[in-house]
Design a protein around this ligand. Structure first.
Ligand SMILES: Nc1ncnc2c1ncn2[C@@H]1O[C@H](COP(=O)(O)OP(=O)(O)OP(=O)(O)O)[C@@H](O)[C@H]1O
Ligand SMILES: [Mg+2]
Length: 328
């Protein structure tokens, strides 16, 4: 299961994603957190011990990740594999597990070993004028499209502000999107813009209203968001401020304010089992589109010709490439 937190800058994506990660870490044996924001703040918001170890940034190591995921595939015929290239049956895959080679190598791990954190990484001086945002994200895209997670696995992503996700194959990577929305017109507008440019994602997109401190705020949100899409309201928290002023125990108090909302978010995620057939169809369509739009020209190759058309995720899973676990 994969969930992403989206929203306008400053709405509380990172705070909410971090809170939800702590919430699920108490309920699942292992959680994979992904900081997919180029302004990486998730680690700092998690307040989990032991995440200090040096980590790789996926944006930096995208080449070696893609090389690994290629595995033994022969259908590329010497052409490049990119972030949207659908897998082949001969690809290497990834499992949500501390022993998975990709996770073991590239993620930071918490002191208790129950949480892994992957980061896309910030722009470096060498990126300026070179690799754009989409290329930077290609390692993460390839990662998700080769991740054979099931109903017992949980992956939580904090994303970049705005609606940029729509323009990448990451928009299909998550089982649900949760927009963190403040009770202001600008904040709501980012959600409404997203629905307008990506109506096909509406059915898996929900809202958590954040920093709500009056009935007026609540009614404002409900004017624009239907009740079944609104998963809950998190108050403008005095406890979070107390925590940020150095009172450690206040984090637990803030957690209590969020818990009811997180229970509903988790329930919603669990009710959306992935349809791998649809996932692959969307990935293939996206790959074909981005190849036509710019990738073929950028790489000067026909990147989507002759790819393994026999591949299905179900076959990869049946071939024992995924861990077999039942849902908790
Ligand atoms: N429920 C809340 N109550 C009080 N303060 C909050 C709440 N949620 C978030 N904040 C504060 O709002 C600020 C922005 O939060 P956060 O960094 O989570 O937003 P973001 O959407 O991730 O921002 P960015 O777009 O910069 O990544 C932080 O100072 C955070 O402490
Ligand atoms: Mg953030």
């Amino acid at each position: 299961m994969r969930i992403a937190f989206l929203g306008k800058g400053g709405a509380g994506k990172t705070t909410t994603a971090a809170g939800f990660i702590r919430y699920v870490a108490k309920r699942y044996p292992y959680v994979l957190a992904v900081d997919a924001d180029v302004n990486a703040h998730l680690k700092g918001a998690l307040h989990v011990d032991g995440l200090e170890d040096a980590a790789y940034e996926l944006g930096e190591v995208r080449g070696e990740i893609i090389e690994y995921l290629k595995g033994e595939r022969t259908d590329l015929n010497g052409r490049d594999m990119v972030g949207t290239t659908p897998p082949s049956l001969k690809s290497n895959f990834i499992n949500v597990s501390p022993t998975d080679p990709t996770i073991a190598k590239y993620a930071r791990t918490s002191g208790d070993g129950k949480l892994a954190l992957l980061t896309v990484g910030t722009y470096k001086e060498s990126d300026v004028g070179g690799a754009c945002y989409h290329v930077k994200l290609s390692g993460l895209q390839a990662f998700f499209h080769h991740l054979l997670d099931g109903a017992a696995d949980i992956v939580v992503a904090d994303t970049t502000a705005g609606t940029d996700n729509v323009a990448t194959s990451l928009s299909i990577a998550y089982d649900i999107n949760v927009f963190v929305v403040e009770p202001t017109r600008k904040s709501l507008q980012v959600y409404l813009d997203f629905l307008e440019v990506a109506p096909h994602l509406a059915e898996k997109t929900y809202v958590v209203a954040n920093k709500v401190d009056s009935l007026e705020d609540e009614l404002f949100i409900l004017k624009h968001v239907s009740r079944e899409k609104l998963l809950g309201l998190v108050p403008q928290s005095r406890h979070l401020k107390r925590f940020e002023q150095g009172k450690k125990e206040a984090l637990e108090d803030f957690m209590k304010e969020q818990e009811g909302v997180f229970a509903r978010v988790l329930e919603t995620l669990k009710a959306k089992p992935r349809n791998w057939e649809n996932y692959l169809a969307s990935l293939r369509a996206t790959h074909t589109k981005v190849c036509r739009d710019w990738l073929d020209e950028y790489y000067n190759q026909k990147l989507d010709d002759g790819l393994d058309s026999d591949f299905t995720y179900e076959k990869a899973i049946a071939a024992g490439k995924a861990r077999q676990l039942i849902a908790v």
